[in-house]
Every structure is written in structure tokens, then in C-alpha cells.
Design a protein around this ligand. Structure first.
Ligand code: HSE
Length: 435
């Protein structure tokens, strides 16, 4: 049998500790599967003394992750520190420079420095692997890079942030406030240290940037992504969506259109009958639309120690087997420049919630503005006031669902409608993603 693969793990948080346990638990099976024993020979963490409930079996301890990365005691560097820059980036680069393969779960680092790190890995002829960086335990990187290599992907979209899906699911099902659900997500350990990354859509954007590059063979470009978070989604929107046969999900969508590859993250209306709409709670899901395979959806845990360690272990196993695939599915020189498509050029259906003054001519004026911009309405829902408020002058909520139209047309029509003076607040606009 070949020599053991000596692994160095930087970062012994929830995922790092789970990985150590997994590698010990599956030691025999991994040896049989890869033909090589996999042993942890070095670790690095901020606090050497902390009891993590794991047996490190005498692995050497390094205070500095970059020192572990270049140590001749390891053959493979596993980066589980996190953060786009700083020690994670410095140590990963140091490992690749010396010609050691790198496995990472770090979505922010890959979204920002993935191209540079992939080029370095290629130059050295070693692997840069990041299965765990997008959708946690779902093997989506392998699916796009290997299992679907025979397809031309039209669209890849998904629920890539468990915290947001947990919040939206509980708001919808239990009628709880956004704040209450976020506090629970933080308590349960789903949210990032700074939950703005989750609810503002940035975590989803990092993951989408990775999937878009793999799906379309483009240079990873997180800056090209239009990002909106879920902060403005209200219980009123969730109830209206439900009545109209939709659910609201924070989706990351990358789609090849006649205008180029669109990349966007935003709250999205999806038909209740769609596969993605069934995914509730902290789960993630990714739908891929390939020309040969058709549409397939993978659903599973997007976070958590064991699920993430499962993805990291798969990358380690590939390296133990001697597999060195190009990080983004093709050599760096063959990755195409992606175009940056402004979201104003998006075309699709829209949900629009208006707060309208209850006086003659209001609806006619709004309908006129829509008609002027050639926006065709599929559904209109106006709730009457309860009988006790019949004489009130309070505004009434009106929800419109449009047929496919352009974002520019929607924005222009709503600006004009606002100027007409019948709307009492800025309209709520949510894009609809059709199957
Ligand atoms: N905060 C992330 C989530 C963890 O909620 O999905 C996994 O990246």
C-alpha cells in the first residue's frame, strides 16, 4: 500500500473537530476506498488548551496556520479558519506555493481569491478543492464539475443560506416576527458570527459565485452579483404569496440568457408546487437545469459540523486517490470572462405590493402606468377593509402579479405611479422565478 496521506488541519472549530472525528471513525473505510491511510499529523487553532472532545493522537500543534501549511509533516493542507483574507488566505497560498494540495470550506476566500489560488494550484500541479464551500453537505461542486460535465447548464439556482430559509419558513408557518426568528437562528448556531452576511444575502452571493463559475466556465466574479437580502420581507408578503400559490425564498440564481450570464441574489417568489418551494427550515437546495439531464434538485444540510466535514472528507479522499481536477472544471486559461449584467436588464414576472389611497381613480391610474410600459398583469388582489373600518381613509393593500416584463419597465412604471400621488409608501417588489 502507498504511504499514508498526512493531513494538516487549520481551524478546530465545529467543522474542524467534526472532521477529526469523521476521519477517525471512517479510517478503515477511507483506506479501503482510496487505497491510502489518511492520518491527521498536524493541527493549528487559536487556543491550544481548549478541550474540543477530540483525540488528536499526538498530531503536532502549530500556533501559526502558515507554519502548518509549509510544514514537511503534512502532505495536504485543510483550511477551516474562514474569512476571505487574513490567515486563511495567507496559509492556503503558502501551502500551494510549496506544492501541497489545499482543501477548504471557505466560501468567502474562494469567491474573492479563487481564481488566483486555482492558477497557483495548476502551476504546481496540485488540487485546490472546495466542495464544502457551497451548500455545505450537498455535493454540488462535484455534481457541476464532474457528474454534469456532459451538459450545457442553462440555469443553476438555489437556497444557499440555511439561516434565511429558517427565518422565512418560520415567519410563514408560525407567523413569527423576523427578529424573533433571527434570534433563534443565532441561538441554534446557524447564523454567521455577523448575521448581516446571512440576511443581507452576502453569504448566498459567495456560494453563488462559486456555482456560477463551475456551471458556466466563467472566471469567478462575486462583484458581478446583484444582491438583496430578506430584511424587507414582511408577514403581509408571506401571506399574500401563500394566497397566490407562491412561497418566498432567498435564492441565488445564475442563468444564461440572451443578454449574458445573470447572477443575482434576492428574495424570490417560487410556485408552491416547485421542488425548491418544498425545502423548509435550515436546509439548502440547488436546482440545475442542464440541456441533457433536464432539471434536477439536490436537497440537504447546508451547514453544521458533520455535514460540512462530510464534504471536506470527500475532497481529502479524492486527493488520496491522486485525483487532480481543475478547480473550476477547466484550466484557468480556458475560463471565460463573465459579463456583468445589470439587474435592470432582468426579464421575468414580478410580485408588486402597493399601499394605495382608497379614492376614485387610484387603480385606474396605476393600471394606466403599467399599460404605458407594456406590463401585462396576470393577477390583481385587493383586500377590502373589515366592515368596522369601512369608513376609514386608511390605505388599502393591493398586490399585482405581472407576466414576464423587464425590470426597467417595472421600475419606471412604479416611479410614475408614485409621482401620481395615490401610493402611500414605496412599493414592495419581489421577482418571480419560474420553473
Ligand atoms: N450561515 C450559513 C447558513 C452557514 O446559514 O447557511 C453555512 O455557510
Amino acid at each position: 500500500m502507498t504511504k499514508p496521506l498526512r493531513v494538516g488541519i487549520a481551524g478546530l472549530g465545529v467543522v474542524g473537530a467534526s472532521l477529526v472525528r469523521l476521519l477517525q471513525r471512517q479510517r478503515g473505510a477511507l483506506t479501503s476506498r482510496t487505497g491510502r491511510e489518511i492520518v491527521v499529523t498536524g493541527v493549528s487553532a487559536r487556543d491550544r488548551a481548549r478541550d474540543r472532545g477530540i483525540d488528536l493522537n499526538g498530531a503536532a500543534f502549530f500556533d501559526d496556520p502558515a507554519a502548518l501549511a509549509v510544514s514537511d509533516q503534512i502532505d495536504l493542507f485543510v483550511e477551516l479558519i474562514g474569512g476571505a483574507d487574513g490567515p486563511a488566505y495567507a496559509a492556503s497560498k503558502a501551502a500551494l506555493r510549496r506544492g501541497a494540495p489545499v482543501v477548504t470550506a471557505n466560501k468567502a476566500m474562494i469567491a474573492k481569491h479563487g481564481l488566483e489560488l486555482a492558477a497557483l494550484a495548476e502551476e504546481k500541479g496540485v488540487a485546490l478543492s472546495f466542495e464544502a464551500s457551497s451548500a455545505g453537505g450537498i455535493p454540488i461542486v462535484k455534481a457541476l464539475r464532474e457528474a454534469l460535465a456532459g451538459n450545457s447548464v442553462r440555469r443553476v439556482f438555489g437556497i444557499l443560506n440555511g439561516t434565511c430559509n429558517y427565518i422565512l419558513s418560520r415567519m410563514e408557518v408560525e407567523g413569527l416576527s423576523f427578529e424573533e426568528c433571527l434570534a433563534d437562528a443565532q441561538r441554534l448556531g446557524y447564523a454567521e458570527a455577523d448575521p448581516t452576511f446571512d440576511i443581507g444575502g452576502f453569504d448566498t452571493a459567495h456560494k453563488l459565485a462559486i456555482l456560477a463559475s463551475l456551471a458556466f466556465g466563467t472566471k469567478i466574479d462575486a462583484e458581478a452579483i446583484h444582491i438583496e437580502g430578506i430584511e424587507a420581507i414582511s408577514l403581509t408578503d408571506l401571506a399574500a404569496a401563500d394566497e397566490l400559490g407562491y412561497r418566498i425564498k432567498l435564492l441565488g440564481v445564475a442563468e444564461r440568457t440572451a443578454r449574458g450570464v445573470e447572477q443575482r441574489v434576492h428574495p424570490t417568489m417560487v410556485a408552491k408546487s416547485s421542488a425548491i418551494a418544498q425545502v423548509m427550515g435550515v436546509l439548502n437546495a440547488v436546482t440545475i437545469d442542464g440541456d441533457a439531464v433536464g432539471e434536477l434538485t439536490l436537497i440537504g444540510p447546508g451547514a453544521g459540523g458533520d455535514a460540512t466535514a462530510s464534504a471536506v472528507a470527500a475532497d481529502i479522499a479524492d486527493i488520496a486517490r491522486g485525483i487532480v481536477a481543475p478547480a473550476f472544471g477547466r484550466p484557468v486559461a480556458l475560463l471565460e470572462e463573465g459579463e456583468r449584467i445589470p439587474v435592470q436588464r432582468h426579464e421575468g414576472g414580478y410580485y408588486i405590493r402597493l399601499s394605495v389611497e382608497d379614492r376614485p381613480g387610484a387603480m385606474a391610474a396605476i393600471a394606466t402606468r403599467m399599460g404605458e410600459r407594456k406590463i401585462s398583469l396576470e393577477a390583481i388582489m385587493q383586500k377590502g377593509r373589515p366592515a368596522k373600518d369601512a369608513a376609514s381613509a386608511a390605505p388599502v393593500p393591493v398586490v399585482l402579479i405581472t407576466h414576464a416584463t423587464s425590470e426597467t419597465a417595472i421600475r419606471e412604471a412604479l416611479d410614475l405611479a408614485l409621482a401620481d400621488g395615490f401610493l402611500t409608501q414605496k412599493p414592495q417588489v419581489i421577482r418571480i422565478e419560474r420553473e
